[in-house]
Write a protein that binds this ligand. Sequence first.
Ligand SMILES: Nc1ncnc2c1ncn2[C@@H]1O[C@H](COP(=O)(O)OP(=O)(O)O)[C@@H](O)[C@H]1O
Ligand SMILES: [Mg+2]
Length: 413
Amino acid sequence: MGASSPKKQFSNQSKDIYKMTGSESPESFQQKKKRLNVSDFIDSNKDFVIDIKDQCNTKENCEFSVDLRSAGFHEEATTAPNSSSSQTETNSNKVELTDFEFLKVIGKGTFGKVVLAKCKIDNQFYAVKCVRKIEVIRNKSIESIKTEKSILLTLNHNFIIKLKYTFQSSEKLFMAFEYCNGGELFFHLQRRKKFPENLCRFYAAEVYHAIKYLHENNIIYRDLKPENIILDKEGHIRLIDFGLAKADVSEDNLTYAMCGTNEYLPPEVINGEKYAFNFDWWTFGNLIYEMVYGFPAFTSDLGTTDLFDKIVNTEPQYDNSVSPEVNQLIQLLLHKDVERRISPEQIPYHPWFKDIDFELVNQKKFAPPFRPSIISDTDYANIDPDFLNEDPISPKKSGKIPCYDNFDDFSYF
Ligand SMILES: Nc1ncnc2c1ncn2[C@@H]1O[C@H](COP(=O)(O)OP(=O)(O)O)[C@@H](O)[C@H]1O
Ligand SMILES: [Mg+2]
């Protein structure tokens, strides 16, 4: 900490890619809305980047084909993706969009709403991510949506959201997730300004296991932030939003792709260097910082260029409002030099975690220090009221219904 390294310039490529809105200062941060992520998907399969003209062949009477997979949730087990209890090995049945009753908007994603819906077949509530195909195509993010689905289907972990159904209409793609109504970590952080350290430690330990599990299965997540962590009714976390995740990563198969959320980007990514699992451990340090201090480690009122300059060349502010142990751990995670960062294996043994039994945490047996106040599945106390006022069903467009042929395999598990 403290010793400043020679000032580095980040690549022009990063400057061009990140034409994002300005960043927040610590003072104003709590008032602001959620941060978007961006990606140029330079490591995506180019076959999926399809010219929009090819996608707009209008076809009348385009029926939606809908498939359902009646997967059992495996709450108690934490198993490897290839094991027999992964999400893929389940029966499949057919459902239709009309099998879901859409109730309330509970979140907003990059390409559409997330709506609480009740499935009339199994009588369960789901968080249904509704994505407009035209938006996905416009943003050349077909690969992102397909990757989110394919990666989630291989996963089975206590702290990772479970995808239960995918289906589609002529205009939209739908992903029905296990519904967690404890609210986003971002929502609770905004309310409380910052979390007490014992709560931060608990969330950090659960997130640690989720990330470790992904890495053991050669997946990098790349979008860790309080917006992408939600709580279940008991107060355990779930990692959601696998739109930027990448599979088949190894130390021998690194990637260059520029994607993530500005404030959380590691310096090596901004510098256009190759990276792998180090991306997520940097963001893990950022997450702990934001939870204990109440604002991100790196912020700027002057925009993205200044923010990136700070990430690459300056240290976050540390003070004694938090424990010396947590300051030290964050410094070890946010070391500019990848080689000198604390290794993932050492993290559970850091003094800040001395009161946490990581094995118990992994088995979901460590009692959450905070239990969200929820009285029923349709209790919206932990949802941002701005979302709840929105119409869960977008008005149907008049005229011919476009048909986008390249999502044929989306509905199949
Ligand atoms: N399973 C879920 N249960 C409850 N809320 C959810 C769930 N999945 C998503 N949400 C809400 O919807 C928001 C957007 O979902 P997300 O998957 O992060 O979309 P995007 O990829 O576009 O960011 C989340 O931040 C969260 O508030
Ligand atoms: Mg998100």
